[in-house]
Design a protein around this ligand. Structure first.
Ligand code: SF4
Ligand code: SF4
Length: 473
């Protein structure tokens, strides 16, 4: 979508107890509730709002009524979508933490020196490791939950540091998790996120043992060299390209994670073309660089860069589409009800070096988790189990899932994007007590969601006299 293209400007409908929003688009009235978009002719606006008000009680319940107007089926659809969004949100707040995915951070070491890394990897004797008994206890806990929920078990290897540095550890951990899944009679899905800088035989081993590989690559060699060099300063492009080739030749799916920095803000289409042509993944996840403290202000995005970021992002999405590749970002996913990235909201048990469990993907050691207020439990050798502190889990759920936005400038449910927005996480943590102004990510999330909804609205605009479409973006 070009910058000059009209974009939905959705405002909450005043006086309605449920989250339903309205905007004009090319002379038509567009209504939105999380999961549903409805268009009606301009002349129908007043009647449609009256029908909506009749269907939503003051307490936000759905008032079942006989359908005695041609607009009632659409009004009912959108009111029910709004009610479902709010109920899903309340269930997220209330549900016990029963993780269905096991995410392992094996170590705190890395062979690269990415200039924006939040993990602060440690080399040599001081590096920390996750123990195999902790992995075993975590696998049993997650397998029991998966069996109860009749879901496959997902295991993710991530860092922290680079997870593939010690393949014999990975092999042992995989065996342990596979055994736990097997004993519970569960299918297993194995994913590893890697920097891809490894000998060819290691890449072949990973491709053989994992169902999906996520490769970090920031684009053409000049960007990769600048942003993701080896610790000794050497270039990493050739190794990453080789790893991608090995994965493709093994017939395994490949996703790429590209970090977009302020320096590359306008180069996203070029990055997309390089990644599609040379690495040829199925999906590319383009994420704005995290504003970690070691970055200088010039290396962090500012809120007024959001429009330029999204314009370039959407251009890159078109480029990737021409190669049949999805170009995505995770901050706002209008097809899902979601909040920030906290693992306790995503049913993920994240085990980190020091044998602790953390609620935040940025916490790579027990001490980092403690400082962030995201430490939620640990492996207890005496009971050979992972012991989670439910009080801390509840506190985190409550802190990040309030119905009002916490920071200045986030009006909570009054924003159309509230039910699918990661807020300013991870630049500003929702667990931090201080209130902060709405940042770059808020603006980006809002613009991206509005752009995607506008595209859907445009695709349906010609339908007469009224239409609805479910949002699956
Ligand atoms: S953080 Fe921004 S985009 Fe997200 S809900 Fe709040 S105001 Fe809306
Ligand atoms: S809200 Fe805070 S704890 Fe949760 S994922 Fe974001 S940075 Fe981590």
């Amino acid at each position: 979508m070009a910058d000059s293209t009209p974009r939905l400007e959705l405002s909450k409908i005043q006086g309605l107890s449920l989250p339903v929003y309205h905007s004009w688009l090319e002379g038509r009235s567009i209504f939105y509730a999380p999961g549903m978009l409805v268009g009606v002719e301009q002349a129908m606006l007043k009647t449609f709002v009256q029908r909506l008000s009749g269907l939503a009680s003051q307490s936000g319940e759905f008032n079942a009524q006989p359908e005695d107007h041609q607009l009632d089926p659409l009004a009912k659809e959108i009111i029910q979508a709004a009610q479902l969004a709010r109920q899903t949100w309340q269930a997220l707040q209330a549900s016990p933490f029963n993780p269905l995915c096991l995410t392992l951070y094996p170590n705190t070491e890395c062979n690269l020196a990415c200039r924006y890394c939040f993990a602060q990897p440690i080399s040599g004797d001081e590096s920390l490791h996750l123990s195999l008994p902790a992995v075993s206890a975590g696998a049993r806990l997650v397998a029991a939950n998966c069996r109860a929920a009749q879901q496959p078990l997902t295991v993710v290897f991530h860092g922290g540091g680079e997870p593939s540095l010690d393949l014999s550890w990975i092999e042992s951990a995989l065996c342990i998790v596979e055994d736990a899944a097997d004993r519970a009679g569960l299918p297993i899905f194995r994913y590893i996120a890697t920097n891809g800088v490894m000998p060819e035989e290691n890449a072949a081993w990973l491709a053989q043992h994992f169902d999906l590989l996520g490769l970090s690559c920031d684009g053409p060699p000049d960007l990769q060299r600048l942003q993701r060099p080896q610790r000794d300063g050497h270039d990493t492009s050739a190794a990453v390209e080789r790893t991608a080739r090995v994965v493709r030749q093994a017939g395994k799916p490949l996703h790429v994670r590209a970090t977009i920095t302020p320096q590359a803000i306008r180069r996203q289409a070029e990055i997309a073309a390089y990644l599609c042509e040379i690495l040829a993944p199925q999906e590319i996840h383009a994420e704005p660089v995290y504003a970690s403290l070691q970055l200088s202000p010039a290396d962090r995005f500012q809120p007024d860069q959001a429009s330029a970021f999204i314009a370039s992002f959407l251009e890159a999405r078109q480029t990737a589409l021409r190669y049949g590749v999805a170009w995505k970002m995770s901050g706002s996913r209008p097809g899902e009800i979601h909040g920030p990235y906290c693992q306790v909201l995503r049913s993920v048990l994240q085990l980190i070096p020091g044998d602790s469990a953390a609620a935040c993907f940025k916490a790579c050691t027990a001490s980092q988790a403690q400082v962030a207020g995201a430490w939620i439990g640990a492996f207890h050798p005496a009971s050979n189990s992972i012991v989670l502190d439910e009080t801390i889990v509840k506190r985190i759920q409550g802190a990040v899932l309030g119905l009002r936005g916490k920071k200045d400038g986030c009006p909570g449910e009054a924003c159309f994007n509230f039910y699918h927005c990661a807020r300013d996480c991870p630049d500003f943590c929702e667990l931090a007590p201080e209130v902060h102004p709405a940042g770059f990510r808020c603006q980006v999330n809002k613009l991206l969601a509005a752009s995607m909804l506008t595209e859907t609205a445009f695709a349906n605009l010609g339908r007469q006299p009224a239409w609805s479409v479910a949002i699956k973006l």
